[in-house]
Design a protein around this ligand. Structure first.
Ligand code: SF4
Length: 428
């Protein structure tokens, strides 16, 4: 094949926020290797960053790969990410033009090879290497950690991603500065298990730091206006971390997404989770004592094997007590090769659907109550698109369309409309 002067590549992202960030890193590597990012219909190669967290995600992955492989211009399809690492042969069977490259840091190099382009061109490798986002997001994600050392019995992610490793604090600070330099006012620190964040003594700081140390370092050495932490496991929410957040003068968003998964101790135990509901409640109490405006989010699974009606009721009432601002409710998904997939007492889909519906209705009511509790108060919201902003606690806020996108506006919350706060601008 003759080397094209500029390989035309489409990038499709599936899955979680971390995948989104990693797709941006891949996009950056492709651009700096001389590729042009285009729509799927014009592409010579289509990169699909896959997901395998649930059976549904895996089905979507298969559909996306098969669909791309059948496009009339017969592009190469490069599957990368979690499903590529766990189910490579299954994906290869979806088309003769499907190539699997599980390592995202090698995707750009692989695309150049496939296109017959000069594979010796400088391609930045190392998935933990951080790059500024090429897409001008208003709240860019910064990957600070990958992998997980836990072994939850339902989870396939740690198998795909491997053991926990962290980006050095110096590299994170540089990425934050870069994002700020490109106009971002808020960055979101992401990882598979952020609480595992730990650098070695070889770090630029000369000492090993955890997430609290990293945050202090970012606050002390960069001018970023706001940092947001994505999800954490309950045992990792330390008093040190809460103190840094509470004393940051709002520079760390008063928002915590603490994975719960179940509000029933017996279920948590079967899930292989390393905390119980009393620890979870204590963590939340400590956080709220320091940050009265804290918005609390969680992930929750319904229908885990063996979840009886009584266990579900316990889970439901614990969630109600926690007064969550945001809940991601998932139905248990049986993932091959995990211990929970072998459990005998799988919950029927119809029961899971009913429980999921009940939990989602509760989540909606709690969210509304949290929003109503903010009425009459004011804060800086970040304008994401014309007329829409996001609050400190990740609530959607309707604002005046004339407010500049990507900037903060100080608004007072006047009312709640269609699931969003309505903010009146006091100062922009
Ligand atoms: S903490 Fe558990 S659920 Fe989360 S990635 Fe690790 S093993 Fe999976």
């Amino acid at each position: 094949m003759t080397a094209p002067s500029s390989a035309r590549v489409a990038l499709v992202n599936l899955g979680c926020r971390l995948n989104r960030v990693e797709s941006d890193i891949v996009a950056n590597a492709l651009i700096s290797a001389g590729c042009e990012l285009v729509d799927k219909s014009e592409a010579d190669a289509i990169v699909i960053n896959t997901c395998a967290v649930t059976g549904e995600a895996q089905t979507k992955t298969r559909k996306a790969v098969r669909g791309a492989a059948r496009l009339s211009q017969s592009p190469f399809v490069v599957a990368t990410g979690c499903a590529a690492s766990l189910f490579a042969s299954e994906l290869r069977e979806l088309g003769p033009n499907v190539v699997v490259e599980a390592r995202k840091d090698l995707v750009a190099k692989r695309v150049l090879e496939l296109m017959g382009a000069d594979a010796g061109r400088q391609v930045r490798t190392g998935i933990l290497a951080l790059s500024p986002t090429p897409t001008g997001r208003t709240r860019p994600g910064i990957k600070i950690q990958d992998g997980c050392d836990n072994r939850c019995t339902y989870c396939i992610v740690w198998k795909a991603r491997g053991p926990s490793r962290s980006v050095s604090s110096g590299e994170v600070v540089r990425a934050v500065e870069e994002a700020y330099g490109r106009g971002a006012h808020e960055v979101v620190l992401t990882g598979v298990n952020l609480g595992n964040y730990r650098t070695s003594e070889k770090d630029e700081l000369g000492i090993g730091v955890g997430l609290d140390g990293l945050l202090s370092h970012i606050l002390g050495t960069t001018s970023i206006d706001r940092v947001r932490i994505s999800s954490l496991e309950p045992p990792d929410v330390s008093c040190g971390l809460l103190d840094v957040m509470a004393s940051s003068g709002g520079r760390v968003a008063p928002f915590l997404h603490i994975c719960l998964q179940s509000g029933c101790d017996a279920t948590l135990k079967r899930m292989g989770r390393v905390y119980d509901t009393s620890l979870y409640a204590r963590v939340v109490e400590q956080a709220r004592a320091r940050m009265p405006r804290l918005a609390l989010g969680c992930d929750l699974i319904v229908g885990f094997p063996g979840e009886t009606e009584e266990e579900f009721e316990q889970s439901y009432s614990f969630c109600e007590q926690m007064e969550f601002a945001r809940m991601h409710v998932f139905r248990y998904s049986r993932r091959p090769g995990t211990p929970a997939a072998q459990y005998e007492d799988q919950v029927p889909p119809v029961t899971m659907a009913r429980r999921s519906e009940a939990m989602r209705a509760l989540a909606k009511r709690m969210r509304l109550r949290c929003m109503q509790g903010l009425l009459g108060t004011s804060e800086d919201v970040l304008v994401q698109s014309a007329g829409r902003a996001v609050s400190e606690g990740l609530f959607d806020v309707l604002v005046d369309e004339s407010l500049p996108v990507g900037e903060f506006a100080h608004v007072r919350f006047e009312t709640v409309e269609e699931g969003a706060l309505v903010g009146k601008c006091i100062k922009s």
